[in-house]
Ligand binder design. Structure first.
Ligand code: HEC
Length: 142
């Protein structure tokens, strides 16, 4: 009798614990609020985002995770492209960082496996802000 209810109860308790933890752990990054009336700081993909990839990511991408972050391929490899390892999630959803695998990876959320870069050389807050602004502003190829 006890054994029969033991397993389902264990599963319920376990999912309550893990579900609870996942909810509490937000990304470490806290976006800087935009002061009212300030002009928007436009994020440029080629001038600001690509250099971050070259400095921190290019050594592994191409071609780890099937992702090429080299300057000529990065935009087409990210925006609207389904993740290799975390499908059906999309690498970058224009306008929506929280739906983008890229944002979760760089902001050290563990939602989609290993944070990026995986070797504990995290991106700085200003680099994260640039990537977040770029996604929020429509992930343009500008
Ligand atoms: C030391 C090697 C290494 C570095 C440096 C690195 N990555 Fe990765 N990356 C990987 C590996 C391995 C995977 C596949 C495993 C996974 O998805 O977690 C991956 C997967 C990814 C994915 C998911 C790809 C998919 O479609 O599933 C994204 C997005 C990503 N990396 C972004 C980045 C960014 C942005 C940087 C730089 C800030 C970076 N990575 C730096 C090794 C690296």
């Amino acid at each position: 009798m006890n054994r029969r209810i033991g397993v389902p109860l264990f599963v319920i308790v376990l999912s309550a614990i893990t579900g609870g933890c996942a909810k509490d752990e937000g990304p470490l990054f806290i976006p800087t609020p935009q002061p009212p009336g300030e002009p928007i700081d436009t994020a440029y993909f080629s001038l600001e985002v690509v250099p971050i990839f070259i400095e921190h990511c290019w050594v592994c991408h191409p071609d780890m995770g099937g992702l090429d972050l080299s300057p000529t391929a990065a935009h087409a490899s990210l925006v609207g492209v389904t993740s290799t390892n975390h499908a059906p999630a999309v690498r970058v959803v224009p306008g929506d960082p929280m739906a983008s695998v890229l944002w979760h990876k760089v902001s050290q959320s563990t939602e989609y496996g290993l944070p990026m870069p995986p070797n504990e050389t995290y991106l700085s807050s200003s680099e994260l802000q640039t990537i977040r602004n770029w996604i929020e502003q429509g992930a343009m190829d500008n």
